[in-house]
Design a protein around this ligand. Structure first.
Ligand code: PAF
Length: 297
């Protein structure tokens, strides 16, 4: 595995690989890698000849009072995990090389951020799209893999690349879940043991709504209320929102259908967690880690 910090060297490496006839797969991350990221690497490997993983905590996607400063960082651990996986190139650019000056240009994601995390994290998706566009220009991947846990992000990136003619295919990977259903997230590290146990209510609530959908429930208001009721039974978890949205427009639906995304965000102790389910699929479409799985050290 080669390690690159300099953006210009990153682009040069990618261009050499492409000139040699190799397809480039890309997994952008903010580091603090977990099984979810390693699963994205495996998907990239299956779709390309070489895999680049970037680890960069992007300040532009954190709002005032959010967790930019305390976001977990462990570069040595990330390097070791990447090395033990199918990563060929580990790209960890220092902040000042990505943003030598405060950027003036912003992407305006428009109506796709009118719901879900958009209004709750003003500026977040503008920052995500800006850094993803920069990373795409530096890595020049053929295929880039994003996790469906961040469903709104994955949909926005897919639309940005399509509408702005980026020559990259976006692959959206299933959510990787802990044995009790909790979606893998770097932010799970913030949870105390009792909070960690309580957090499983989020995936339980989504699966409950999926089962209700399976039994014929279609009214979005009833499905979201079911999630609210389930989460309300767990005092350590405070629901921020739950919404049933159309996967193309990300606008709320009145009547749910098989492709409706039921998405939520919740506070559990110091962590803000997100999760979602495609109502026609349920959690069985996701990757469930086995009960005896050992988290990467
Ligand atoms: O999903 C993430 O980890 C980040 O939002 C991303 C896509 C790496 C951009 O910083």
């Amino acid at each position: 595995m080669i390690e690159i910090a300099d953006p210009a060297q990153m682009r040069a490496w990618s261009r050499r690989e492409r000139a040699a006839g190799r397809r480039i797969g890309f997994v952008p991350t903010m580091g603090y890698l977990h099984e979810g990221h390693l699963h994205l690497v495996d998907r990239a490997r299956a779709r390309a000849d070489v895999v680049v993983l970037s680890a960069f905590v992007n300040p532009l996607q954190f709002g005032p009072g959010e967790d930019f400063e305390r976001y977990p960082r462990d570069a040595a651990r990330d390097r070791a995990l990447a090395k033990g996986s199918a990563v060929d190139c580990f790209f960890a650019p220092p902040l000042e090389t990505m943003y030598p000056a405060a950027p003036a240009i912003r992407f305006a994601p428009g109506p796709l951020v009118a719901h879900l995390c958009g209004p709750r994290r003003p500026g977040h998706f503008e920052g995500v799209l800006l850094v993803v566009a920069k990373l795409f220009h530096l890595v020049e991947p053929d295929v880039a893999v994003f996790g469906r846990k961040d469903a709104q992000q994955a949909i926005l990136v897919t639309r940005m690349t399509a509408e702005l003619d980026f020559p990259v295919t976006i692959d959206v990977a299933p959510i990787v879940r802990e044995p009790d259903g909790l979606a893998k997230s770097s932010r799970n590290v913030y949870l105390q043991p009792a909070e960690r146990r309580a957090a499983a209510v989020l995936s339980d609530a989504l699966e409950g709504a999926h089962l209700a959908f399976d039994r014929g429930a279609r009214e979005a208001a009833a499905l979201t209320q079911k999630v609210r009721d389930t989460v309300a039974g767990q005092p350590l978890v405070t629901l921020e929102y739950v919404e049933a949205v159309d996967p193309r427009s990300l606008q709320p639906v009145v009547a749910a259908s098989a492709d409706t995304i039921l998405a939520l965000a919740a506070r559990v102790g110091p962590a803000r967690l997100i999760d979602n389910v495609v109502l026609g699929q349920g959690l069985s479409a996701d990757v469930r880690l086995p009960a005896d799985s050992v988290a990467p050290a």
